[in-house]
Design a protein around this ligand. Structure first.
Ligand SMILES: [Zn+2]
Length: 415
């Protein structure tokens, strides 16, 4: 007995070409797609590689700039049986940008050489997430080979700027590309665990403004440093209350409120005998199901108002400049069911589950468009952004098989 739910799913998995997977991943790693505004480098060359790949297999990609020099690549394929009124659209989501390699001297293998040693592909972006992009592209070719008459559509959104403000996916959604997507696989490195949960994030800039004075006469001014210290202590208490209230989430762990940057004076030169006018802090807040970003914002504003109380000469300004809600996809969603159904066939084990410790592009598909997302892809979850990033090619091939088998399963039913 096959471990697959259908003969078609088995054939789709087996039709994945490991050499195509390896070639795509290798070629993409060799393109240094680090966004650096000062150096003028972007992910454009990686995007054009992806677009050219689609053209080479006879498809017509749409290339749209999410920001100057920062293109998204969107490409559709549909089976001959596809009827948009009845059938599903499965999205494969990936990003072309990678984080900086840092000091290349710290790498044992040059970060953009694309060196393969045995089963291991080395390089910046190998796991996060050129491997996932390669796996999804190869999965499509397998689907096309075994199910040309499929009753569904596959849409690729291979976008820019996941590592920054996620301009790429936001632009993709604003252009309407997400409107007819029924479900999305986010191909981030999650060790091929099915992740139905992603942690949320809030980003906040804090400015505490007092009154500057000579350090010999602190009574003549108001010290913003003390106001900021009070705020940070209050945030630590709030974090502890939230952690006690919610406990540790099975897949996401605890919620956190982390002051990551503290600067005083907020700008300009620090001097020992000058009490500055303004102090600055940046907060990295990570949220879990059971928390509400609006309530967190209200609590922080209450804490700020408490600190201001008693003087009209100290002001706490809070700028909530980014909100990425936690996500939770229903376990009985058809996309989850399709991935679970084919998992054993591909991996020989029952499905393994995980949680995504940070937000991904999928966060916005879920939060803005209610699209069920499953984050699953090749690569060690902790290796992205470190030196000596690498991925096992056998794991990338397994992802491609999972994607292909799940796609034909998911797209064989009406929506
Ligand atoms: Zn990523």
């Amino acid at each position: 007995m096959s471990a697959y739910p259908s003969e078609l799913a088995r054939r789709a998995a087996e039709a994945v070409d490991p050499e195509l997977v390896a070639r795509l991943a290798h070629d993409l790693v060799r393109i240094r797609s680090v966004y650096d505004a000062e150096l003028g480098t972007t992910e454009a060359a990686a995007a054009s590689y992806v677009a050219n790949h689609f053209r080479s297999v006879g498809l017509v990609p749409v290339v749209e700039e999410a920001a100057p020099g920062r293109p998204n690549v969107v490409c559709d394929w549909q089976g001959t049986g596809f009827d948009p009124a009845r059938h599903r659209t499965l999205m494969f989501e990936g990003h072309t940008d990678v984080v900086t390699e840092g000091d290349p001297g710290k790498w044992t293998v040059p970060p953009f050489e694309g060196r393969v040693e045995g089963d291991v592909l080395h390089g910046r972006g190998s796991a996060d997430m050129k491997a996932g992009v390669a796996a999804s592209l190869a999965a499509l070719e397998a689907v096309r080979a075994v199910a040309p008459d499929l009753t569904g559509r596959i849409r690729f959104g291979i976008v820019a700027d996941e590592e920054g403000m996620m301009l790429g996916i936001k632009h993709f959604i604003k252009q309407g590309w997400a409107d007819d997507v029924s479900g999305a696989i986010v191909a981030e490195p999650e060790e091929n665990e099915l992740c139905l949960f992603q942690k949320g994030a809030m980003r906040v800039n804090v400015r505490v403004v007092g009154v500057m004075s000579h350090g010999a006469m602190p009574y003549a001014g108001v010290n913003p440093n003390l106001g900021l210290a009070d705020l940070i202590v209050a945030l630590r208490d709030f974090e502890r209350r939230e952690q006690e209230r919610l406990g540790s989430h099975e897949f996401l762990g605890l919620p956190w409120i982390t002051p990551t940057v503290i600067r005083s004076p907020a700008a300009g030169e620090a001097q020992l005998n000058v009490m500055p006018e303004e102090a600055f802090a940046a907060l990295d807040i990570r949220t879990v199901p059971g928390q509400d970003h609006a309530e967190i914002e209200a609590e922080l504003r209450r804490i700020g108002a408490d600190i201001e109380r008693g003087t009209d000469r100290l002001h706490v300004h809070l700028d909530f400049f980014e909100s990425r809600p936690w996500t939770q996809t229903h376990a009985d969603d058809p996309l989850v069911r399709a991935l679970e159904a084919v998992y054993k066939g591909v991996f020989g084990t029952a499905p393994r589950y995980g949680g995504v410790p940070g937000a991904t592009d999928g966060t916005f598909l879920w939060a803005w468009k209610d699209i069920p997302i499953v984050t699953v892809g090749p690569g060690d979850r902790t290796i992205p952004h470190q030196v000596n990033e690498s991925v096992r090619l056998s794991e990338v091939v397994a992802s491609a098989r999972l994607y292909a088998a799940a796609a034909v399963t998911y797209l064989s039913s009406d929506r």
